[in-house]
Design a binder for this molecule. Structure first.
Ligand SMILES: CC(C)(COP(=O)(O)OP(=O)(O)OC[C@H]1O[C@@H](n2cnc3c(N)ncnc32)[C@H](O)[C@@H]1OP(=O)(O)O)[C@@H](O)C(=O)NCCC(=O)NCCS
Length: 306
C-alpha cells in the first residue's frame, strides 16, 4: 500500500537531469577527478550560469567562495574529526549545501537525485531510493550508514561525528535533530562519541531530538517534540521530555510485511580526545529544593546586607 502519487517528469527535463547525473556519477567515480575543481565549476554553472574562469575574472570573491579549499566547516575545528576522511567529502558537502540554497535545490526532481549521487560518495553506506529533501545538515557525512528506502525530510540536523545508522525504511521528519556526540558536564571540550541507531521502519516525528547513543528499534516511533536519551523497544511509541515509551503499536493484522521486530544494540561510547581523564561517575547532584532554597544556593544569607 502507498499514499504517494507517482508524478511524471516532463520528457525534456527527465532527459536533461538523467544525462546530468550520469555525467556527475562518472566524474565522481573517477579517482583522477579533482573534487574541489569539479565542484567550483559545477557551482559556477548552476548558480551563476557561467564558467568558473569567467566568474573568476569578473567576480573574484564569489569565485573564491565556490572553491571548498577557501571555506571551513565547523567539523574542521574539532579533534574528533578524521581530517583525511573529511577533506575527501568536503567539496561534495559544499556542493550539497550550496545547491540547497538555490531554486534548483528546492526542485525535488533535481535536488533528490543530486543528493542520491552525492550520498553515494559521502556516506559510509547508502542503499536504494534514498529520499532526502532540502536543508539537511551533516557534521561530517562520512559516518552516515543508510539502508534502502530511507526518507529524510526538510531542515534536519544529522550530527554523524560519532556515527548514525538509519536502517531500511526509516523516516526522519522535519526539524528532527539526531546527535552522536556529547560533552562532559564539567569539562566542555571532553567529548564522547556514541553511535545513534534508528531501526528498520522506525519514525522520528516532527521536531524531536535524539541524543547520542540512543537506539530506536524496528518499527518504533518517537512522538513530536520528544527528547530521547535512551532506547525505544520494537513497536514502541516514546513521548515527552525526556521521552518514555508509554504506548505500543497494535496491529490486528499482525506484523506489517517487511517490518520485523529487531531490538538494536546500544553502541559503546568512545572518547573523542583520549588525553582527557576518565570521567568521575557523579558529575552532578540533584538539588534538594526543600533543604536549599534558591537564594541560599546563590549565596544569599538571611539578614545579610550583601
Ligand atoms: C505520538 C503520536 C503518534 C500519538 O498519536 P495517537 O496514538 O493518535 O495519540 P493520542 O492523540 O490518542 O494520544 C495518546 C496519548 O499520548 C499523548 N501524546 C500524544 N502525542 C504526544 C506527544 N507528542 N508528546 C507527549 N504526549 C503525547 C496524549 O496526550 C495522550 O495521553 P493520555 O493517554 O494521557 O491522554 C502523535 O501524537 C505524534 O506525535 N504524531 C507525530 C506526527 C506524525 O505522525 N508524524 C509522522 C511523520 S514521519
Amino acid at each position: 500500500m502507498t499514499w504517494l502519487k507517482p508524478l511524471a517528469t516532463p520528457d525534456a527535463a527527465e532527459h536533461a537531469y538523467t544525462a546530468y547525473f550520469a555525467d556527475l556519477e562518472a566524474r565522481l567515480s573517477d579517482p583522477a577527478t579533482n573534487r574541489p575543481e569539479l565542484v567550483r565549476e559545477l557551482l559556477s554553472e548552476l548558480v551563476y550560469g557561467r564558467s568558473y574562469a569567467t566568474l573568476q575574472a569578473d567576480a573574484p570573491l564569489l569565485a573564491l567562495n565556490l572553491d571548498s579549499r577557501n571555506v571551513t566547516f565547523e567539523a574542521e575545528y574539532y579533534m574528533a574529526t578524521d581530517d583525511a576522511a573529511f577533506q575527501r567529502v568536503k567539496p561534495l558537502l559544499w556542493l550539497w549545501k550550496n545547491v540547497d540554497l538555490t531554486p534548483l535545490g528546492h526542485n525535488p526532481l533535481f535536488g533528490i537525485p543530486l543528493r542520491q549521487v552525492l550520498a553515494g560518495h559521502i556516506f559510509k553506506r547508502v542503499g536504494r531510493n534514498f529520499k532526502c529533501w532540502q536543508n539537511v545538515e551533516f557534521s561530517v557525512g562520512y559516518n552516515m550508514e543508510v539502508g534502502d528506502d530511507v526518507v529524510v525530510h526538510r531542515n534536519v540536523l544529522l550530527d554523524d561525528i560519532g556515527g548514525i545508522e538509519l536502517h531500511d525504511s526509516a523516516s526522519v521528519s522535519d526539524y528532527v535533530n539526531i546527535y552522536s556526540h556529547t560533552h562532559s558536564v564539567l569539562d566542555g571540550p571532553d567529548v564522547t562519541l556514541r553511535k545513534t541507531v534508528i531501526g528498520r521502519g522506525a519514525r522520528l516525528t516532527y521536531h524531536s531530538t535524539i541524543l547520542a547513543g540512543s537506539v530506536v528499534s524496528d518499527d518504533a516511533m518517537l512522538a513530536t517534540h520528544a527528547l530521547l536519551r535512551g532506547n525505544i523497544e520494537p513497536h514502541g511509541i516514546a513521548m515527552g521530555l525526556p521521552a518514555r515509551t508509554t504506548r505500543l503499536k497494535v496491529r490486528d493484522s499482525g506484523p506489517v510485511e517487511g517490518i520485523d521486530s529487531r531490538t538494536h544494540e546500544a553502541q559503546p561510547p568512545r572518547k573523542a580526545n583520549p588525553q582527557f581523564p576518565e570521567p568521575t561517575p557523579n558529575q552532578t547532584r540533584r538539588v534538594d529544593e526543600a533543604a536549599e532554597p534558591v537564594m541560599a544556593r546563590m549565596g544569599f544569607v538571611a539578614g545579610s546586607k550583601r
